[in-house]
Design a protein around this ligand. Structure first.
Ligand SMILES: [Zn+2]
Length: 448
């Protein structure tokens, strides 16, 4: 498939993640494994294997039709394309799990992993599956951002152009949507504007634009009408659970997109005890992987747990957080469970031995008040986890996508099993802080 490179570069590449970036020169390419040598550039971009919105809908409907364990519901429509946002529910246990995928449209492997997981839960007969279905009620949104996942044509909503993916949706801000354009979530410089939906949730689920006083806004650019919304802590409709180090919350989202509204409603109805969100990050290495000699391995996935002042205040831990106090609206018990939720993923990958899969790293944490985890987890006291599989959808070919799907399926299925049998509570939560912080490396194919 021919790619419009110029347009893709303008709209597609957004660096996610914190941490260091080190440059890999051509002579160093063989130094890294298993990604080195990198997939040849001509194989690097291939959207053929990703499910379009129509294909995803058909797959989910097939699974639903063939199994009485599955409930499929359309819970909304995307802002630009009007494509369905699907929610799948499975199991009827007392522990509630909520999972969202592909809130960034160019981070597609979560949706593919969910299709596999749903097939297993819909049809599997292993005792472990029965234990999961008896003990958990699982709510999955396979694709939060159909606009970004299925961006076609000049305006993103066409049908005759070439398919490509991008991070944002395609909501264009118009007068009356909000007092100002939210500088932290709106891609106003894009050829086709839109919102980063994982900066667009509100810590107040009933937030209504213009109800807020003018002075909550801190104006960044008068001419462009850009400002950031900072909410005084006293006005947040939540009780602090672990002290309160802040006077106000910065960069609060507005919840004015149909996608975040659908997810928020789904979340509150599911009333989850556990919440997971799936993403992609740029290429990273496991910095401890060369300890026994030999070259460093790339990290297959980083995990991140939201936590608050209690864990942020412990001595001797390298957090490398950009904000040291974390999220004080999470109870200490919830923070502990969040750390266990991420820690168990590394546990699970140890079965594969040293190599491609056993390279789980830690993603630096700081609260993003417009994000799914930091704004919604406190609403129901849900423990949270962020999965960040390595490589964006534009940077690898088929083979790498298979490993990204596999590590996601392994992590999520192990999570289900360990919540269902209660053994998640045996995970030493401090193992999370033993995970090495991921270090970014530069993909030589990004220098184009
Ligand atoms: Zn993401």
């Amino acid at each position: 498939m021919k790619l419009n490179r110029r347009r893709f570069l303008e709209t597609g590449l957004v660096v996610s993640g914190v941490g260091l970036t080190k440059t890999v020169g051509a002579q160093d390419e063989d130094h890294y494994r298993p990604g080195g040598p990198w997939a040849p550039n001509e194989q690097a971009i291939n959207y053929n294997g990703y499910l379009t919105n129509d294909e995803l809908g058909k797959r989910l409907q097939q699974i639903d039709k063939r199994s009485d364990r599955i409930a499929l519901e359309q819970i909304g429509a995307s802002a630009g394309r009007g494509d369905p946002i699907w929610e799948v529910t499975v199991g009827d246990g007392n522990e509630n799990v909520h999972i969202i995928n592909q809130i960034h449209g160019d981070e597609p492997t979560g949706a593919a992993a969910m299709v596999k997981i749903l097939q297993t839960l819909a049809n599997g007969s292993a005792p472990a599956i029965e234990t999961i279905l008896d003990n958990l009620t699982i709510t999955i949104i396979p694709r939060v951002n159909p606009d970004g996942a299925n961006f076609v044509g000049d305006d993103g909503v066409g049908t005759d152009g070439e398919l490509r993916q991008r991070r944002q949706n395609t909501t264009e801000w118009t007068e009356g949507d909000s007092r100002y354009i939210n500088a932290n979530s709106y891609g106003h410089g894009l050829e086709v504007p839109g919102y980063d939906l994982n900066r667009s949730f509100s810590i107040d689920p009933d937030y209504t634009p213009f109800d807020e006083p003018e002075e909550w806004w801190s104006v960044r650019d008068e001419e462009a009408n850009l400002a950031a919304l900072n909410m005084p802590v006293d006005e947040v409709p939540l009780e602090p659970e672990d002290g309160m180090p802040y006077d106000e919350l910065w960069n609060v989202g507005l919840n004015i997109n149909p996608e975040t509204q659908a997810v928020t409603k789904s979340f509150l109805e599911a009333d989850p005890d556990w919440a997971i969100t799936h993403h992609h990050q740029n290429a990273t290495i496991d910095p401890e992987s060369a300890a026994q000699g030999g070259p460093e391995w790339q990290s297959i996935m980083s995990v991140m747990a939201p936590f608050g002042p209690t864990y942020a205040g412990l001595d001797g831990v390298d957090y490398r957080s950009y904000v040291g106090e974390g999220n004080p609206f999470l109870s200490v018990d919830t923070q502990t469970r969040s750390l266990q939720l991420s820690g168990l993923v590394a546990d699970q990958m140890e079965q594969f031995g040293r190599g491609r899969f056993n390279t789980i790293t830690r993603y630096g944490y700081g609260p993003l008040w417009g994000s799914y985890l930091d704004s919604l987890c406190p609403q129901t006291d849900a423990a949270g986890a962020l999965y960040e599989v390595s490589h964006q959808s534009d940077s690898r070919g088929h083979k790498a996508r298979g490993t990204m799907v596999k590590v996601t399926v392994e992590g999520i299925m192990a999570t289900f099993e360990r919540i269902a049998d209660g053994s998640i509570h045996d995970v030493d939560e401090m193992t999370y802080f033993d995970l090495p912080l991921s270090e970014g490396i530069e993909n030589p194919h990004d220098n184009r």
